[in-house]
Design a protein around this ligand. Structure first.
Ligand code: ADP
Ligand code: MG
Ligand code: ZN
Length: 502
């Protein structure tokens, strides 16, 4: 198979995501008072409503409606004042009622948008000029959201014994109804994503947004956030969409990227050999790095969708929506803009720090510890150094940033210091002093060394004056050597240049 970069030169990938998020932070289920819990004994959090007993009546969870409205507001959706619940019928033991309660054509939230900042290596996946790229090759991709609707999760089934890996071949199927009736929101994007990287970034941004709202623990690993990837190809320049395949239940950001990458390359090969892409559901096998067919969609599913007569239509009031709005904390985009305005950070850096609430909180604590000084250096340290360490404190990062800002150490030394203090309570400044690492920027002491080097290296001085500016590096090296590493290279550089030009 051809590589992704090769394929995307001729073909445009069209990707849409369907993301399910369990509202795990709520106390109770969607339509009954059963406790929401992931790790209780199987079938202990159940009642006539979530077990689908005849005559049991559902009562909607107001907190769940608040959560979905907050999710809609945070993703720039229109909040629909009037909507209702529908019954989606199917027969499978994971839903004892034989229908899932979900929403119809009008969801609580419609027509939103999230803008993605694509930068670095990932931005290179998009070779076309339909987006405006900045000097570093980064770009902003607006991704429209079709809808976010409310539904309920089904029971968890475990198939044991029998032929391994084959559901039909299992000796026994176990059902845990604890999960049945868990409030679930499903977000569907328009087919606006164009690369696996954009799909990965979209999921990441959505996860950070929902985490900030506090509506879910958003764990791809445990399945509280799951996503299906829809993907088709079309020749560059073509406006009609091709036939899509759907990949189910991808459980990590890496899998999402890799599964889409594989599927793009597979479809390109089929199409280039004159074959047809079938509309089918495929399953990603991470260990074998390929997708395999789960089922072929021959006819539309017939769910007999109709309004649920047991649940009255909703009329959300302005007051309710305003209350939801007032509960939304500062979101990643607003935080990014504030960091740019208040601290003069570059957009990409600000976005990186603001994207993850834990990182943002750490950054703000570090700034406070630094007395709001050296903001630029703190940001630079946060973006370039801190991600490699797992046990630094804001006070340590503030102290280290101070050392860098006053040129007491170099960036290379900063790594050495962080390697040493990571996981301890040692202050970087104390460490630097204890190990004689502090570099002098004292003009008098350094000046003497500079004069000595210039007097000694007459050949290089002549070369510099003849226009070979690169020998400056050699001269800085000579000064560093003479100072036995205790002189600051930036200071040497500046003083040498001044003396040579003067
Ligand atoms: P289905 O009825 O098969 O579930 P939908 O129209 O509900 O399909 O769309 C499901 C998801 O697939 C949406 O995220 C949508 O953006 C995406 N999608 C629709 N058509 C295409 C296509 N041709 N290629 C890629 N993605 C698509
Ligand atoms: Mg669908
Ligand atoms: Zn119940």
């Amino acid at each position: 198979m051809k590589k992704l970069a090769e394929v995307l030169k001729d073909w445009e990938a069209v990707i849409g995501l369907e993301v399910h998020t369990e509202l795990t932070t709520l106390e109770t289920k969607m339509f009954c008072n059963c406790r929401l819990s992931h790790d209780d004994e199987p079938n202990t959090n159940v009642c006539p409503v979530c077990l689908g007993m005849p005559g049991a009546l559902p009562v909607p969870n107001e907190k769940a409606i608040e959560s979905i409205v907050m999710a809609g507001l945070a993703t720039n959706c229109q909040i629909m004042r009037h909507s209702m619940f529908y019954r989606k019928h199917y027969f499978y033991p994971d839903m004892a009622k034989n229908f899932q309660t979900t929403q119809g054509p009008v969801a609580f939230c419609m027509h939103g948008q999230l803008d993605l900042e694509v930068s670095g290596a990932g931005a290179k996946e998009r070779p076309d000029s339909t987006v405006e790229k900045d000097a570093d090759g980064g770009y902003v991709a607006p991704i429209r959201i079709l809808r976010i609707h409310m539904e309920e999760d089904a029971a968890k089934m475990v198939h044991v014994g029998g032929e391994e890996g084959r559901i039909g071949g299992a000796a026994e199927s176990l059902i845990d109804y604890n999960r049945c009736g868990t409030p679930l929101i499903e977000l569907v994007t328009e087919p606006d994503l164009r690369t696996p990287e954009e799909a990965r970034l979209f999921m990441e941004k959505l996860r950070q947004t929902f985490l900030t709202l506090g509506i879910s623990d958003c764990s791809l690993e445990s399945g509280s956030m799951r996503c299906d990837g829809n993907i088709s190809l079309r020749r560059r320049g073509e406006t009609k969409f091709g036939t899509k395949t759907e990949m189910k239940n991808i459980n990590s950001f890496k899998s999402l990227h890799d599964a889409l990458e594989y599927e793009i390359c597979r479809q390109a090969e089929v199409l280039e050999e004159g074959g047809i892409v079938y509309q089918e559901t495929r399953h990603w096998e991470p260990s074998r790095r390929r997708t395999v067919v789960m089922r072929v969609k021959e006819t539309a599913d017939d769910y007999r969708l109709f309004p649920d007569p047991d649940l009255a239509p909703f009329d959300l009031t302005d007051e309710f929506i305003d209350r939801c709005r007032s509960r939304i904390p500062e979101l990643p985009d607003a935080k990014r803009d504030r960091y740019m305005a208040d601290f003069g950070l570059k957009r990409a850096d600000a976005a990186q720090l603001a994207g993850d609430p834990t990182v943002a909180a750490f950054f703000e604590e570090t700034l406070a510890a630094a007395g709001e000084k050296n903001v630029e250096t703190v940001a630079k340290v946060m973006v370039n150094l801190v991600p490699s360490y797992d046990a630094l404190t804001p006070a340590q990062v503030a102290s280290l940033s101070g050392l860098l800002a006053e040129d007491a150490i170099t960036f290379a030394q900063a790594r050495e210091v962080l390697d040493a203090v990571n996981g301890t309570s040692e202050d970087p400044a104390a460490y630097v002093d204890a190990h004689g690492m502090r570099q002098s920027t004292d003009e008098g002491a350094l000046g003497a060394i500079v004069d000595e080097v210039l007097a000694r290296c007459t050949d290089q001085v002549q070369q510099y004056r003849d226009g070979n500016k690169k020998v400056l590096g050699f001269l800085v090296g000579q000064c560093m050597k003479a100072a036995k590493g205790s002189g600051n290279p930036k200071a040497f550089n500046k003083m040498l240049a001044e003396k040579l030009e003067g």
